[in-house]
Design a protein around this ligand. Structure first.
Ligand code: HEM
Length: 194
């Protein structure tokens, strides 16, 4: 059952990427493939991140520990999409010009916020493995609570990147606020200690 669910998660996350890059290299995903790829991976990363945050409330509601066993996998897929999003931006939008990337991070607030969110997701991904979790002890949970800060930063990054229609980031902000509201007690305790 667990293996089956993990297989479905891998397939649902990997197949859209195969479709995306096949389309990008064969010119079938719109007039501006670079924009489409950055958009798709950015939205994909945010969607999977929010699904990851839904796992704990769902586990509690349906008393189904199977979901919990897939949480790390979902988090790692969210990070993979974010990594591709960043890599596509640097490779295709900036033509691998790293000094230009540094300028973008410094000068454009929405890129600064994206970079901050990416650093949080990176730290969570590299410390997500059981062996690291054991070594880190109590500080592991403290670090992984930063997922909420990272998710807020992603929604701000999205909102700041939009030039006109704010409906979509607004909708994501509402979903995120609802997910944070579901864990309000835990967040209150955490904020008191920080
Ligand atoms: C250094 C890190 C990042 C860079 C350089 C970056 C860059 C970009 C760029 C260039 C856009 C398109 C803005 C436009 O349409 O003009 C964008 C949009 C977006 N990014 Fe990022 N991003 C970063 C991190 C992240 C992370 C970590 C996530 C999610 C986990 C994310 C999610 C999104 C979303 C949801 C959008 C809106 C999609 C769209 O409408 O195009 N970004 N980002």
């Amino acid at each position: 059952m667990q293996l089956g669910l993990k297989f479905i998660i891998h397939l649902s996350a990997a197949l859209p990427l195969v479709w995306l890059y096949w389309g990008a290299f064969n010119d079938t995903i719109g007039a501006d493939p670079v924009e489409s790829v950055i958009h798709f991976t950015g939205i994909g990363a945010l969607n999977i991140l929010l699904i990851t945050l839904l796992v704990t409330p769902l586990t509690k509601r349906f008393k189904q520990p199977l979901f919990m066993k897939c949480r790390r996998l979902l988090g790692l897929w969210a990070f993979t999409y974010a990594l591709l999003h960043l890599a596509n931006f640097i490779a295709f939008e900036l033509q691998l010009d790293l000094s230009l990337f540094v300028d973008e991070v410094i000068e454009r607030p929405y890129i600064t916020m994206g970079m901050f969110a990416f650093c949080v997701l990176f730290l969570l991904a590299v410390t997500s493995f059981n062996r690291v979790k054991k070594t880190m002890g109590k500080s592991w949970q403290k670090l992984h609570n930063w997922v909420y800060v990272g998710a807020v930063a992603v929604v701000i990054h999205f909102y700041w990147s939009i030039k006109s229609d704010i409906y979509e980031p607004g909708l994501y902000a509402v979903i995120l606020l609802w997910l944070l509201y579901l864990r309000r007690e835990k967040l209150k305790r955490w904020l008191k200690r920080v």
